[in-house]
Design a protein around this ligand. Structure first.
Ligand code: G3I
Length: 458
């Protein structure tokens, strides 16, 4: 199904309608919520922006994931399957089946799509590296022409070239740089424009969110493209950020690109932390997300924000930065984190954690023990006078104990620290109610009870 791309601005008027529709429903259907909060996508649209998420084909088999992806966001980015490795695995053999699946899903959910990415040194099939210098420009143009033509009219943006600069502002020595030379980026943009005059063409990179040598290099390139009439419409700031390190020059930097006459998008936002999560880190992360959203809203040409997937269950971070993660607004059980509510508030919404959110306590008991092994049970109690919607228990083992298998909770470990979050069926506890989880562990010698068992509500 072909469809013309839809401006994110056109969805702004839908917000009031969507909320009203739910209000009518709630009058007749007892199970519907009495009050429905606007989604991130709706709130952003009301500000003339989009709020989106990256996604990848394997995740779509999880129905809870798919439901949130389809309802909460106004825009999707295809996280992997538009890359060269997937779309032209051997020369001249094009395959868009996986990417089409995501574009069709977005269209069915009335979401816009950013295309990612045409020319990148990573996830590039081996054959491209072996193309002789005198053919590579044509091979690159052919790839761009074919892919942009395939998706013509269905995308709002294309990341035409991705990550072409080093941290010091020099050109990354990719196969394109080495065999075609400095002009390959301009040639890529020209080929993309020739194939689709309407889709917005972006240069996309990481560590260009603040002012520095790398963003200066991109700035100078965009400036010279504008002067020479080379077709570029936008700059994507990936924004793979670190807790507490949102660049202080973010807003100023977005503004200076806008002043060159290009749009800016925050294209791959996540904010990673050292694991395990704590309430203090969650609060810092919420603050960091707020600053990013506010910086974008402060510049009229900042057109939208995309998180690099929305749940910690799917994040790329832990596999690349061991010991780090929890970078996204939903936890791995699809519970909304403080970051989610902070984004909502920064976008002008009123959604907040369900009432209660109260306090909890955890009690750790060794139920049986034998040479080298033990079973422990942890009881979680809602100690507040209202309902609690999600809990997290943490502790540190004093004797190097290890957890084998755990039931009725979701475990993350880091060294001797353990973090257990509620399973999707035992997170809600009425005032004074209890639940428990258990695990089988191993020990070598001593098996003392941890002294620092604590519970936080989420
Ligand atoms: O598809 C294979 C699967 O068959 C195999 O079993 C599995 C084993 O490891 O690997 C799968 O491929 C992985 C692919 O993601 C799909 O899941 C690759 O190993 C893995 O390297 C690849 O990682 C992607 C990464 O780009 C590659 O650099 C991440 O998912 C993707 O989120 C990430 O996205 C990039 C942006 O494109 C550009 N900016 C940075 C961002 C984060 O690294």
């Amino acid at each position: 199904m072909k469809r013309t791309s839809r401006s994110p601005r056109r969805t702004a008027g839908l917000v009031a309608g969507a909320v009203a529709a739910v209000a009518v429903l709630s009058a007749g259907v007892l199970t519907a919520p009495a009050h429905a909060d606007a989604t991130l996508g709706q709130l952003a649209a009301a500000k003339g922006r989009y709020f989106g998420s990256a996604t990848d084909n394997p995740h779509l088999s999880d129905p809870v994931y798919k439901q949130i992806l389809g309802s909460e966001f106004g825009q999707l980015t295809v996280g992997n399957t538009m890359k060269w490795q997937y779309t032209e695995p051997s020369e001249g053999r094009f395959d868009y089946e996986a990417a089409d699946t995501i574009v069709e899903l977005a269209e069915a959910n009335d979401q816009t799509v950013r295309g990612h990415t045409l020319v990148w040194h990573n996830q590039l099939p081996d054959w491209v590296n072996s193309v002789p210098s005198d053919r590579l420009l044509n091979v690159m143009r052919n790839h761009i022409t074919n892919e942009v033509t395939h998706f013509k009219g269905r995308l709002i943006h294309w990341d035409v070239v991705n990550e072409a600069f080093e941290e010091d502002g020099s050109r990354r020595q990719t196969v394109f740089q080495q065999k075609i030379g400095d002009g390959y980026i301009a040639e890529a943009f020209r080929a993309a424009r020739a194939a689709d005059p309407n889709v917005k063409l972006y240069y996309n990179d990481y560590n260009i969110e603040g002012i520095g040598p790398k963003s200066d290099a991109v700035y100078n390139m965009v400036k010279s493209f504008k002067q020479q009439g080379i077709p570029i419409d936008g700059v994507g700031m990936q924004a793979h950020l670190i807790l507490g390190q949102v660049p202080s020059t973010l807003r100023q930097n977005i503004q200076r690109f806008a002043d060159l006459g290009v749009d800016v998008a925050i294209t791959e936002l996540d904010i990673r932390m050292d694991l395990p999560r704590t309430a203090a880190k969650d609060a810092q992360q919420a603050n960091d997300y707020t600053r990013v959203v506010e910086a974008c809203l402060a510049v009229s040409r900042c057109v939208g924000i995309t998180v690099w997937d929305f749940s910690d269950k799917q994040s790329w971070v832990p596999s690349v930065f061991p010991g780090q993660g929890a970078a996204l607004p939903y936890d791995e059980n699809y519970n909304k984190k403080p970051a989610y509510y902070a984004i909502t508030a920064a976008l002008g919404g009123t959604s907040s954690p369900s009432p209660g959110g109260g306090a909890c306590a955890a009690a750790y008991k060794v139920s049986s023990q034998w040479q080298g092994g033990f079973v422990a049970e942890v009881t979680v109690r809602n100690t507040s006078s209202s309902a609690l919607n999600g809990w997290t228990v943490t502790w540190t083992f004093p004797d190097g104990q290890r957890i084998g298998n755990l039931w009725n909770g979701n475990l993350t470990t880091s060294g001797s620290s353990a973090t257990v979050r509620n399973a999707n069926y035992n997170g809600t506890l009425g005032a004074g109610a209890t639940t428990s989880f258990g695990f089988q562990g191993s020990h070598t010698g001593s098996n003392r009870v941890p002294a620092d068992v604590s519970c936080t509500s989420s």
